[in-house]
Design a protein around this ligand. Structure first.
Ligand code: GLN
Ligand code: ZN
Length: 756
């Protein structure tokens, strides 16, 4: 048996790529230096996999920003407005990913979307009417050669043609059908080029196959690969899927002349069943995704080995693989010095997953694996009680009824009361919560964490920051203020640290988008709140101003979705436990005079099942009530806000309205404003603040630009329901661009009030 890795984390064990890229953006290093860092990382990553005995190692899983954008560039899918900047290849690429404001021009970044059901975000390529799709890039071949020079034969990976057609945005009159033939011939040229390099395996990633597929989709897929495969002679094609099962196309897929097919046995609920029912051809390799690429718990060898045995008994040639790219897990446990060995024994990050692949391979080949030490060690981990139950939490949850998830009186009645109570102007202006996390803010937290400063000093520093932030917001003229979130490293980690049941890592970073990484906590046990978390900060901020200060919390669904979840209880159970904890915090804020409370659900959509048929039963039916549980206990006058990133919820608008918040702010500025039509169609009741500018980019929006955006919004949204705000928190931005942008935003609101 052989082993395969779909993709490896590229940011570096200590986020080397992030830091080098950011230096490059700040013009502190040049292209060559950035290239050198990248090259060293690739070399390390390939060697690490080689030394772990991995048989199928990917290349081109490295990226300077995003692998979808890389594939777009490979096929010349570069909108004109970026080409017209006449920048270098690399800078054009970064202009697409981050926007560009400088001598060469002023363009926004391409839209960003969540990558399937992960917390990774990809850049949405745009195909224009006259985009000429053709093989244009060389990165994939360059990296293949680079590995080859190190003596490592890799399988270059690119996003497959079907998934690309599905993910691109078509900005002209044409649709994906019109581009099928040009994309096919571009991929044919790609395959031909691979053959020239004598590449033995090519990996096409086709995660779109795990979504619902219509008949036409299946036909399109068949046509694409019929044509692509007919131009291959030497290079073998691995059709790689992940994040679910391929039930709609399984029977067709196994008949097609792929040399290998990669299936997900972790998230693919039907995968075993499909193989059982329809078989798997003996002349192909099955890349069995049995080592979880998304979660950090150790693989249970007994289970995996028994699946492998079943496959072997069926005569299937199996390659043991990860279930998806290891991009979604942290790099290594080696840097975790604070967690005790008892905890660490349960986890496997990317490097340790390589070891698992290797151990599983040798166990499977041994005559009786149950006698082997690696097996027995693994069994012992799963046999010991983890000591993670909290009876109080379980008892409290058992008593929750529908009444506890229903807020009264009904929203329209509350909204009238709140208008009176809060006395805000028309089109109230606000922000999403965080203000720039400048170096001093991070240094203060770090010093406190390391015990270098006292708690009193730590608090005093943050209070000074809060006071400055309140003063700044008053000066800018915002209507609803925030305290700035200086005490928070990350909106989930912060709450996790204050709740019982979570574990924390020191260096377990996972790429979220571009150079941004998150360090998700691990849900180890039952979750409980021991004492108030945010109350002091909010109360202090409110004491400094007559304007309303929003309390700022993270919602239960997001806390779960941005943590590594337990595998021994359901996510429903974990979300409900967290909801109870946040409910206590909401009520404490209210008791202490906070009149407006925002409960962020940035990641609500993230775990929405990829198949529509599962949306309600497997997710929304418990996630939405859990959110309501957090706020249903407040007084009618208390205004509950929520915030969601990415307006990709057109298809779940009733569910969002069902969260029963009074106001929702969301990201609309980077994607088109289609969402507004849907809100109207569904008689959306919640007041809305569709972000008026993009905070993911450093560019400063002009007043006119914001006025124009709001005027479009006003054609779709009732004026008494519209809020004006940026599209997300400001913590990643610099101070000067933030102040300038917010001033323009407030000025725009003023003009609109005067003219609307
Ligand atoms: N309140 C958070 C902030 O402003 C929300 C962040 C987010 O939506 N990702 O940073
Ligand atoms: Zn956001």
């Amino acid at each position: 048996m052989q082993t395969s890795v779909i993709g490896f984390p590229r940011i570096g064990t200590l986020r080397e790529l992030k830091f080098a890229s950011e230096k490059y953006f700040r013009k502190e290093i040049d292209t060559d230096e950035l290239f050198q860092v990248a090259k060293t990382l690739r070399e390390t990553h390939w060697n690490t996999q080689k030394n772990a005995g991995i048989d199928y190692i990917s290349s081109n899983d490295f990226s300077y920003y995003d692998m979808v954008l890389d594939t777009a560039v490979l096929f010349n899918i570069i909108p004109k407005r970026y080409q017209e900047l006449h920048l270098s290849e690399l800078d054009t690429y970064f202009a697409m990913s981050r926007g560009y404001q400088g001598e060469a021009g002023d363009v926004k970044a391409l839209a960003m979307k969540k990558w399937f059901n992960t917390n990774y975000h990809y850049i949405v390529p745009e195909i224009e009417n006259d985009t000429e799709i053709r093989l244009a890039g060389t990165k994939v071949f360059d990296e293949y050669k680079e590995a080859k020079a190190l003596g490592i034969e890799t399988k270059p990976v690119v996003i497959g043609a079907y998934t690309m057609l599905k993910l691109c945005r078509y900005t002209g009159e044409k649709s994906s059908d019109d581009y099928a033939s040009s994309i096919i011939s571009a991929y044919q040229d790609f395959v031909k080029k691979c053959e020239e390099y004598q590449i033995s395996w090519i990996q096409f990633d086709e995660p779109s196959l795990v979504r619902d597929m219509e008949k036409a989709d299946i036909e399109l897929f068949k046509k694409i690969y019929h044509d692509i495969l007919s131009s291959t002679n030497q290079s073998k094609v691995l059709l790689q899927t992940y994040f679910g099962d391929v039930r709609d196309i399984y029977t067709e897929l196994v008949e097609m002349p792929f040399a290998g097919i990669g299936l997900d046995f972790i998230e693919g609920k039907e995968t075993n069943h499909l193989i059982e029912q329809y078989g798997f051809p003996q002349d192909k390799l099955l890349f069995a995704g049995l080592v979880n690429g998304k979660n950090i718990w150790k693989n249970h060898y007994k289970k995996t080995l028994s699946t492998l045995t079943v496959l072997q008994e069926k005569g299937i040639q199996t390659v043991l693989s990860t279930s998806c790219s290891l991009l979604h897990v942290p790099y290594t446990l080696k840097h975790e010095k604070k967690l005790t060995p008892e905890y660490l024994a349960h986890f496997a990050f990317a490097e340790e997953k390589l070891t698992e692949l290797q151990e599983l391979k040798s166990l499977f080949e041994s005559s009786d694996y149950s006698l082997e030490e690696a097996y027995q060690k693994n069994e012992k981990i799963f046999a010991t009680d983890r000591n993670c139950d909290n009876a109080d939490v379980k008892n409290r949850l058992a008593l929750i009824t529908e009444k506890d998830t229903t807020r009264l009186p009904k929203r329209t009645d509350r909204q009238a009361l709140q208008k009176k109570e809060l006395a805000l102007p028309e089109f109230p202006t606000t922000t999403i919560g965080s203000f720039p996390q400048t170096k001093d803010v991070k240094a203060n937290r770090l010093a406190y964490r390391k015990g270098e400063i006292s708690q009193a000093d730590y608090i005093a520093f943050n209070q000074k920051k809060i006071a400055d932030c309140i003063a700044l917001q008053e000066e800018i003229g915002l209507d609803v203020l925030v305290h700035g979130e200086y005490e928070r490293n990350d909106m989930v980690e912060y709450f996790g640290e204050s709740l019982g049941g979570f574990l924390f890592t020191e260096k377990a970073w996972v790429q979220s988008y571009g150079t941004r990484c998150v360090k998700p906590p691990i849900i180890w046990g039952d979750v409980s709140r021991e004492k108030p978390i945010t109350v002091d900060w909010s109360v202090y901020a409110q004491s400094l101003t007559d304007k309303v200060v929003k309390g700022m919390l993270t919602g239960p669904v997001t806390i779960l979705n941005w943590s590594f979840p337990r595998e021994d209880i359901t996510i429903k159970e974990s979300i409900s436990q967290i909801a109870l904890a946040i409910r206590d915090e909401v009520l404490d804020l209210e008791k202490n005079g906070i009149k407006m409370i925002q409960i962020d659900e940035a990641a609500l959509r993230e775990k929405l099942p990829l198949r529509k048929s599962d949306w309600h039963t497997e997710y929304l039916d418990f996630a939405i009530p859990a959110f309501r549980l957090t706020h249903s206990g407040v007084k009618p006058e208390t205004q509950i806000h929520t915030h969601m990133c990415y307006s990709e919820f057109t298809d779940i608008i009733p569910a969002i309205d069902n969260m029963d918040a009074d106001v929702i702010t969301f990201e609309a500025s980077r994607s088109d404003l289609q969402i507004l039509d849907s809100l109207r169609e569904h008689h959306f009741e919640t007041e809305v603040g569709p972000g008026v500018y993009d905070i993911h980019s450093p560019r400063v929006p002009s007043v006119d630009e914001i006025v124009a955006a709001v005027n479009i919004m006003l054609t779709k949204i009732d004026r008494e329901k519209l809020w004006i705000n940026p599209d997300c928190g400001l913590k990643t931005r610099g101070v000067s661009e933030t102040t300038a942008s917010l001033k323009n935003m407030v000025e725009a609101a003023k003009q609109i009030r005067e003219n609307a």
